[in-house]
Design a protein around this ligand. Structure first.
Ligand code: HEC
Length: 135
C-alpha cells in the first residue's frame, strides 16, 4: 500500500480549511450587497439608468478605496449613508464584492481602509446588527 495515497485525504482536508474563509468572505459581500444595495443598483450591478448609477464597469468604483468608502460613509445625493448600519469590515466586504463583480477587476478594500476613512471624516462607529438594513 502506498502511504502517499493515505496522505491525500489529509491534504484535501487542509486545503478545504484554507479555502473556506475566502469563500465565506465572498458570500458575505454578496449577501450584504443583496440586502443593502441591490434594490437600487440591481443584482446585476447595472443600476437603473437615470436613477441609480451602474456599478458594473464604473471607473470611480474601481478607483481609490477611500473615495468609494466615503460614498458609503457619508451618502451622496439620493444615496443613503451606511455608516450606522454597516461596520468597517462589512463596508470593506461589500465594496470588495462590488469591485470584483460583473467584470470589475479592482483590488479589495480592507477594513483598515474603511476605518481610516471613517476616522478622517469624523463619522461615528456603526451601531448595527449583522447584515442589518436600516432602509
Ligand atoms: C436608495 C437607493 C440606493 C441604495 C440602497 C444604494 N445606493 Fe449607491 N447610489 C445611489 C444613487 C442615487 C447614487 C448616485 C449619487 C449621486 O452622485 O448623486 C449612488 C452612488 C453610488 C456610488 C458612486 C457611484 C459613482 O459613479 O459615483 C457607489 C460606489 C455606490 N452607490 C455604492 C453603493 C453600495 C455599495 C450600496 C450598498 C451598501 C449602495 N450604493 C446602496 C442609490 C443607492
Amino acid at each position: 500500500m502506498n502511504t502517499r495515497l493515505l496522505l491525500l485525504p489529509l491534504l484535501f482536508a487542509a486545503c478545504a480549511a484554507c479555502i473556506a474563509p475566502a469563500r465565506a468572505d465572498d458570500t458575505d459581500g454578496k449577501t450584504l450587497f443583496a440586502k443593502n444595495c441591490a434594490a437600487c443598483h440591481q443584482a446585476t450591478g447595472r443600476g437603473i439608468p437615470g436613477a441609480f448609477p451602474a456599478l458594473a464597469g464604473n471607473t470611480f468604483v474601481q478607483g481609490a478605496p477611500t473615495d468609494v468608502a466615503t460614498v458609503l460613509l457619508k451618502g451622496r445625493g439620493g444615496m443613503p449613508d451606511f455608516s450606522g448600519s454597516l461596520d468597517d469590515g462589512e463596508i470593506a466586504q461589500v465594496l470588495t464584492y462590488v469591485r470584483s463583480s460583473w467584470g470589475n477587476g479592482a483590488a479589495p478594500v480592507t477594513e483598515q481602509d474603511v476605518g481610516s476613512t471613517r476616522a478622517a471624516l469624523g463619522v461615528a462607529p456603526a451601531t448595527h446588527s449583522r447584515f442589518g438594513n436600516k432602509h
